[in-house]
Structure formats: C-alpha cells, structure tokens
Design a protein around this ligand. Structure first.
Ligand SMILES: O=P(O)(O)OC[C@H]1O[C@H](O)[C@H](O)[C@@H](O)[C@@H]1O
Length: 545
C-alpha cells in the first residue's frame, strides 16, 4: 500500500463511505442544507449540497487535504517552485493573469513584466488588424483568421472563442484547424480568400507534426494563389516558445509572439496562444477574461480549504473516484455557448491527471483521474442521461448554467433552467418503488403488470451533482470558471501525489507516429513490428484491402 492509502484518514473515509444515508434523508434532516453547502466566489455560485456528504464527510475530506499538505503545495505552485519534476519546470499559468504590478521572479527574471510586454504586443497587433491598418498583400483589410494548432494550442482558443460569441467585435471571422487530416484544412481553405486571410500558427514547441504540416499546406496554398514569398510576412504570424525554430520556418521575427516553458499546453489559452480569442473579442475583453481567472487564483490561494471552491470540487471528485468506484465524471453545460467546455475540461483533466505513478515513482494503488465527458443540456437528457439515472455506473455530474441568457427569446431560458434544476433533483431523489406504483394507480394495467412496470420505473437516486451558476456568461465569469476547473485538477493531483503537469503518454504517441511514418513512406522496413502493425502498414502502402 502507498502511504496515502495507509493513512488513518483515508481508511476512515473508506469506512465512512459505507455508512452515509441516502441524500433524500440528508436533505430532510437539514432544511438549511443548501445554505450550509454552497459557496460564492468570483461571480460563481457552487451548490454542492446534492453530494453524498454529511458534516463528517466534509471534515474527513478537508483533513485528508490538510494531511496531504495541499495548502503548501498551492503556495509552491504560485511561487514558481519546480513542481513539474519530470520536466524540471515551474508551473506558472497563474502569472499570465497576474496584475501588471505583481512581481514573480523565475531564474532572476520578473516573468510578469515579460507577460505584460507580450500582452502589449498582442494589443498592438489586434488593434492594427481590426482597425484595418494591417493590410494584406494586395492592400485589402483582413477579414478571416485561420488558427492552426493542436492540443492546448487549439482547444482553449477554439472553445473560449465559441463561448464568447456575443462579444465578437464583428471585424473578423475565425476558423480553427487542428487535425493533420488534409480534409480539415482543405475544407477551410475552400471558403477563404488569400488576400484577406491571416494565419496564426500556434505551437509552443514549434515541433508538432500536425501544426507544421497544416502550416506548410496553408503557405503553399497562399503562394499558389499568386502571392510572393515576401508577402508571407503579411499573412503568417506565430505563437511559440521556440522563436528560433519559428524564424527558421520562415515566420518574420516581428510576427512571433513568445510564450514560455513554464506554461503547460493545456493551461496556455491565457498566453499569446489566446491571440485568436483577442482578435475576435478585442483586447479589453481578453483582459477581462484574464481578470476573471486571476480572481479565481486569488480565491484559490487565499481562501480556507473549507470555503475554497476548487478544493471542494476536487475533493468531491476524489471522494467518488476513490471511495465509490466512480470511473467517470460528466460536465453538463446548460448554455449553447458553453457547449465546448466538456471537451476542454476533458483535455485539461485527463492529460493532467491520467497518471499511474507518484512524484517519486511509486505505482499508485488508487484510482487517479476519471474519464471526463459531457455535453450540452438539454440535448443529453434525450440520450445518455438515461444511464445517469438508472445505469449501474455511478457518474457524478456538474451542471453549469448562467441565470440570464444572451438570447432571451420567449420561454426558452426558463424552460432550459427548469430542465437543468429538474435533472439535479431527479438524480438526487430518484423514485422509489412505492412512488412508481402509486403513479400507475389510475392506469388500466392489471396488478401484475403494474408491479413489473413500477420495477422498471424505479430510480435509485442518491446520484451526486454540483450546480454552478453565474449571473451571465461574460469574459470575466468564463475566466473564473475555467480557472476553477484548472485548480480543481490541481487539488486532485496534489492529493494523489502525481505530476499533473507532464504528459509522457502523449509524447509516446508522437514518437511511435514518426516511426510508423518512416515505414509508411518506405524508408524503413515494414516487417519488423508485430503482425498487425506490419499488415496495416503494408495495406496502406498498397492502397487497397
Ligand atoms: O503547442 P505545441 O508544442 O504544438 O503542442 C501541442 C500539444 O502537443 C501535445 O499533444 C501536448 O501533450 C499538448 O499539451 C500540447 O498542447
């Protein structure tokens, strides 16, 4: 057993998990349960009362967090300690949204000053493009931006741009290309005019196959349409921590926006990787997004664990994963603009906490990061919610909804809200056999049939959920919401004693992919691997099955 599972508090939690009454009972025993189990910070309200938890549960979970030195681990992250031990890096995405006057020294440099310089450069660029000062090679203003990147250099900018659609200035359109599948870029380019299109190539490492290939294809397309090599500088900019490689690739040095190795890919939307967002919503709104995230940083760093929203959410997720065998967690956004968030949180959490050894290399003997999935309400209610209500797997859920819609048409929003709240209620209370039978009392079925149908209509309930509300979806509330999930991820990783900031599994995919590429292009033998891989490679070379 690892030290964690040997701890008395861990074992007390395991014991305690078997003794909790149904949530129905917890609610009827405490009419103030909502007041006692909800928190407000940074424009967000977290209702965590619909969780399998009594006061004793909470105090054991907070005890576990304290014994895991969570408070000092939080301080270490904010201070820039090398907490990413396998890559020997600090983890300072929080510095990207720190106020200009703050000082965070790393290797003798105040990195906040560097961040502010880059934000200023972004601001100038955004103004120049949206004001029409920045012209394409034939003197036309830019109308379309194509953002090329993958992983953290794609999903953050895409999901945040989608979420903040009501804040677009209307000066530009943006298109996102990530996949190396040629269809993705071909379909995008079909609709674009090279004279009015700007490409933003985002790659922290400037070494990612998909992004390099897509950028080369974009450049070839641009040159084939009549532009000259000298025109590339007016249509291609890059965001990268590898300025040298970006310059070698042919990007004008003035058009390179820096980022840093102390920012993990999945935590990078706050850096110049967020340039496509800033181009769409303007720099003031982008700064509001940063301010929202910073407010959550302050809350996370300075609030006692008992009222700390990321801590509470992180502990509950761990509670279900480690003590109730929950293997997945669903994020349900009741807002069309937020429909991409589940995918974003999936990347954030699964790339961070999908780990099997502790910081010192010991195999874990407990579950770590769950499978994160989800979608947009109410759509999911007509599909996978069935499993949430009556399936055998326990799936804790987060419901996220703004109280006011950007599109208050007719009865839509009140209906949306009724569904959101109705689902959390149904999951919590379920339906007993007697209730189901009573509902059938007026039907024409005979008693035997009624009993059979009633059995199928039973819902055990006691299914946990959090509800997160905000007044309205704004750049600020969105910033706080995303930072809330970033820190929730941190909390779990800290207690599990894993490194949430490396991604060796993803790196393996890159390596193997390159080896197979050599074999597919016939530079290497295709008979040295396992029989399945050899055959697949040979079939691809033949081009038919
Ligand atoms: O920004 P890049 O260096 O091109 O990396 C793009 C992505 O590559 C890998 O998949 C990493 O695991 C991601 O975290 C990263 O965001």
């Amino acid at each position: 057993m690892t030290q964690l599972t040997q701890q008395a508090t861990w074992q007390a939690l395991a014991q305690h998990s078997k003794t909790l009454p149904h949530m129905r009972e917890l609610f009827s025993n405490d009419p103030k349960r909502f007041d006692n189990m909800s928190a407000k910070a940074c424009g967000l309200l977290l209702d965590y009362s619909k969780n399998r938890a009594s006061n004793e549960t909470l105090s054991l979970l907070f005890k576990l967090a304290k014994e895991s030195q969570l408070e000092s681990k939080i301080k270490a992250m904010f201070a820039g300690d090398i907490i990413n031990n396998t890559e020997q890096r600090a983890v300072l995405h929080t510095a990207l949204r720190a106020p200009a006057e703050q000082v965070i020294n790393l290797d003798g440099n105040n990195i906040v000053a560097e961040v502010q310089q880059t934000l200023a450069k972004m601001g100038e660029f955004v103004n120049s493009v949206t004001s029409g000062d920045w012209l394409g090679y034939t003197g036309k203003t830019i109308t379309d931006v194509v953002s090329i990147g993958i992983g953290g250099s794609f999903l953050g900018p895409k999901i945040v741009s989608q979420a903040l659609r009501p804040y677009w200035t209307g000066k530009l359109n943006c298109h996102f290309v990530a996949n190396v599948d040629g269809t993705s870029i071909t379909e995008k380019l079909k609709k674009l005019d090279p004279q009015t299109t700007l490409f933003v190539m985002s790659s922290k490492s400037f070494g990612t196959q998909e992004t390099l290939t897509n950028t080369l294809t974009a450049k070839e397309w641009f040159l084939k349409q009549g532009a000259a090599q000298a025109d590339v500088a007016k249509h291609f900019v890059a965001v990268s921590s590898n300025v040298e490689k970006a310059t070698e690739f042919g990007i004008d040095a003035n058009n390179i926006f820096p980022m840093w190795d102390w920012v993990g890919g999945r935590y990078s939307l706050w850096s110049a990787i967020g340039l496509p967002i800033a181009l769409l919503i303007g720099m003031n709104n982008f700064r509001e997004l940063l301010a929202g995230a910073h407010a959550m940083d302050e809350h996370f760093a300075n609030t006692p664990l008992e009222n700390n929203m990321p801590v509470i959410m992180g502990l509950f997720s761990l509670w279900y994963g480690n003590f109730f065998n929950a293997q997945s967690h669903v994020v349900l956004t009741y807002d069309h603009y937020l429909r991409g968030l589940p995918a974003y949180f999936q990347q954030l959490d699964m790339e961070s906490n999908g780990k099997g050894v502790t910081l010192n290399g010991t195999d874990v003997d407990y579950s770590t990061g769950p499978i994160i999935w989800g979608g947009e309400g109410t759509n999911g209610q007509h599909a996978y919610h069935q499993l949430l209500h009556q399936g055998t797997a326990l799936v804790p859920a987060d419901f996220i909804m703004p109280l006011n819609s950007h599109n208050p048409v007719g009865e839509h929003h009140v209906q949306l809200a009724s569904n959101c709240f109705g689902q959390t209620q149904a999951l919590m209370q379920g339906r007993t056999y007697d209730e189901a039978l009573a509902e059938l009392s007026h039907s024409k079925l005979d008693d035997e049939q009624k009993q059979l149908i009633a059995k199928h209509k039973v819902m055990p309930g006691n299914k946990p959920s959090n509800t997160i509300l905000m007044d309205k979806l704004t750049p600020t509330t969105l910033g706080s919401l995303i930072a809330l999930y970033e820190h929730r991820t941190f909390v779990q990783g800290a207690i599990w004693q894993i490194n949430s900031f490396d991604q060796w599994g993803v790196e393996l995919g890159k390596l193997l992919g390159n080896d197979v590429l050599d074999r597919l292009t016939a530079d290497k033998q295709a008979d040295e691997l396992d029989s399945s891989s050899n055959s697949l490679i040979n079939l691809f070379r033949q081009g038919k099955i």
